[in-house]
Design a protein around this ligand. Structure first.
Ligand code: 6R9
Length: 644
């Protein structure tokens, strides 16, 4: 796809868009000229108990301090609920679609407010107070959003753990932030199968002494063990609670949530977001990027266990008074038409999904899409990984009938919300490019030394200045925060991504430049998978790299060195795959395991991952410089016995 393959903004879209090209320019200029004034103005999109007078207080150097709206006081749940009650009380806030196509539910703003208040009151009765950490391990049911907002209501910091994570992964996240309450369900449902959440939680809690109460939603009705004194049925502790609950006044910089994400080293990091700036960012980006209009049905297919679910299923849409569709199921159950059937059933206007889902659905051709009407669709979004031009064009032509602009939204758990994306009424699209930064966002490309590259260039993607939705710290480890994000290039936030910029100033994200791999849009640290592998009694050493994968974007390729005397059998290979699934969760299942009698190392003992990536990608004729290898024979052996 050439850089010039511009798909212009259609005049009929520009004519009605919230932001057209002219307004985009004006906003970008205003944000550059007077950032404080611009962000002060945008703060008024959410509800404040005390509006802020101090807008920005940021230092990317030294200990790194990021503060926005620091003297403002608010409660996030009020922005999402209370302030809509007078005008939108009977409007559907959450439109829930079950895994089973015959089950759905409509929760109005009034209903949602009452549910949140009941749970918030119950949490207070269990002793939960401002600043306490509450872990949420729930499937995609309405109670997941209720739990988030109930935590926000009482000032507790929620930490959601994706339902696909293993007991060990759940336990380490609970331990890291010393959560006192866990909210879970008997079981989840996905694609016609059940997920044993409560049983997993019980396993995890054996090593989590900080948890004093567990709240269990009866979802499937499956049999679960309940521990007297510790475990409470959700229904039992919320029924009878008042449908009103005074919101805890929170400073703008008081934490709203922690969300664990994988990095290139060590254990997952607890990314911490605070209240004021995050809420402004969630509302600002949801409205601008999706050109959201009152009354529209908006559907983001993510899981609330990921940041996309936080910002674009719950906080952004609800802050903007939207109807947000929450889907319990998967794209291919009961059939590969499911997404489009749901679009027609609920007359979805805005649809936001991941490239991995699009690539999977592409394989089944046009027919499953075309049999649905899809006329309600107006905007299509993509998130999670670079979208290849072929998938982009299929999405545009087959799903959107060339009517719907595509917003390819680049952002990260750390950024809180979208930073680079076309605005549908303002910016011409190029398939595969996330295009331009939103007004107020200052990306740059730097070389390995941190020198800023101008014009057409390729390099490391950094942000030169802060935006209100930026993460504030790594929970419990501010030094690691500075080290991870602000030490590679001094005074700049380093994203870990590489990108190039074309002659139109458009950004093309090329993927991670660190040891993080992106599997179906889920971030995995190669170090995490390696430590799971070496925890197996028969494994001596392991190196994990990403490999190109047609559907997942990247697959997980593992080089495993066994302990002396252990036999590399097919049974052991299967055992290791199952082991990693058990240690981390099914999303970390290795796609390939190659037995490696030795790993390519430098003379100082560093594993040369560059070479391992090349072998995994089957690019063995371009291994690059191998002169620093301690033992070149190791590479020949690996090339000869490549898997797949
Ligand atoms: C929101 C989310 C972040 C990483 C990020 C980048 C990749 C996300 C992208 C994209 C290209 C896009 N990524 N969106 N790459 N184009 N539109 O996915 O957060 O799970 O933290 O992942 O995902 O590599 O650095 P998170």
């Amino acid at each position: 796809m050439s850089n010039d393959a511009l798909i212009a903004v259609k005049p009929e879209i520009a004519a009605h868009a919230l932001v057209n090209a002219e307004r985009f320019r004006a906003m970008t200029e205003a944000a550059a000229r007077d950032p404080e004034g611009f962000w002060k103005q945008e703060a008024s999109r959410i509800a404040w108990i005390t509006p802020p007078t101090k807008i920005k207080n940021v230092d990317f150097n030294g200990d790194v301090a990021i503060r926005w709206y620091e003297d403002g006081v608010l409660n996030a749940s009020v922005s999402c609920l209370d302030r809509h009650l007078a005008t939108k009380g009977d409007q559907v806030a959450i439109l829930w679609e079950g895994d089973n196509p015959n089950s759905d539910a409509r929760v109005t703003y009034k209903d949602l407010h009452a549910k949140v208040c009941r749970l918030a009151n119950a949490l207070r009765k269990l002793g939960v107070k401002k600043g306490d950490r509450v872990c949420i391990y729930l499937p995609m049911i309405v109670e997941a959003a209720v739990a988030m907002l109930a935590c926000a209501r009482v000032g507790a910091i929620h930490s959601i753990v994706f339902g696909g994570f293993s007991p060990d992964s759940l336990a380490s996240r609970i331990q890291d932030s010393a959560c006192s309450v866990l909210i879970t369900a008997d079981e989840g449902r996905r694609g016609g199968r059940t997920v044993p959440l409560k049983a997993n939680a019980d396993d995890a809690l054996a090593t989590c002494p900080s948890i004093s109460h567990v709240i269990v939603v009866k979802n499937t009705g499956g049999q679960v063990a309940m521990q007297a004194g510790r475990d409470h049925w959700y229904e039992a502790i919320t029924t009878g609670e008042p449908a009103e609950c005074p919101p805890e006044p929170m400073g703008a910089e008081d934490p709203l949530f922690i969300l664990y994400t994988s990095g290139s080293t060590g254990k997952p990091k607890g990314v911490l977001h605070t209240t004021g700036g995050y809420m402004v960012w969630a509302s600002y980006t949801h409205e601008l990027v999706f050109d959201y209009r009152p009354g529209e049905i908006y559907w983001c297919t993510a899981d609330v266990g990921w940041v996309t679910g936080h910002t674009y299923i719950v906080y952004g849409p609800l802050a903007n008074g939207a109807t947000t569709l929450m889907f319990e199921g998967v794209p291919n159950y009961p059939s590969v038409s499911r997404f489009w059937e749901v679009v027609d059933k609920h007359q979805v206007n805005i649809f936001y999904t991941a490239p991995t889902a699009i690539r999977a659905l592409m394989r089944d051709g046009e027919a499953p899409v075309k049999k649905a009407n899809r006329k309600s669709l107006r905007i299509l979004g993509s998130v999670g990984e670079p979208i290849n031009p072929e998938a982009w064009l299929w999405y545009y032509r087959t799903v959107g009938d060339e009517r719907c602009p595509i917003v390819d939204t680049w952002w990260q758990t750390e950024t809180g919300g979208i930073l680079i994306s076309p605005l549908p009424g303002a910016i011409a699209q190029k398939p595969g490019s996330a295009t331009l930064p939103l007004p107020g966002v200052k990306p740059a490309l730097v070389d390995a030394e941190g020198k800023i590259l101008e014009g057409v260039a390729e390099g490391n993607l950094v942000l030169l200045d802060s935006w209100p939705g930026q993460m504030r710290t790594i929970y419990g480890d501010h030094a690691r925060f500075g080290q991870t994000y602000f030490s590679t290039f001094k005074g700049m936030y380093f994203t870990g991504d590489g990108a190039r910029r074309d002659a139109d100033g458009y950004y093309w994200i090329t993927g991670r430049v660190d040891d993080v791999i992106n599997v179906s849009g889920h971030r995995m640290g190669t170090a995490e998978i390696e430590s799971a592998l070496v925890a197996h009694p028969k494994v001596a050493e392991a190196a994990v790299v990403g490999m190109p994968h047609e559907l997942k974007g990247q697959g997980i390729y593992c080089y495993v060195t066994l302990k002396t005397g252990e036999e590399p059998t097919e049974a052991l290979r299967k055992e290791l795959v199952a082991w990693v699934r058990k240690e981390i969760g099914p999303i970390a299942s290795p796609d390939a395991i190659q037995w490696a009698p030795g790993l390519p190392k430098t003379r100082s003992g560093k594993i040369m991952r560059r070479i391992l990536r090349k072998i995994a990608a089957n690019e063995t004729d371009s291994l690059g410089d191998t002169s620093t290898l301690a033992d070149p024979a190791v590479v020949e052996e690996l090339v000869a016995n490549r898997v797949g």
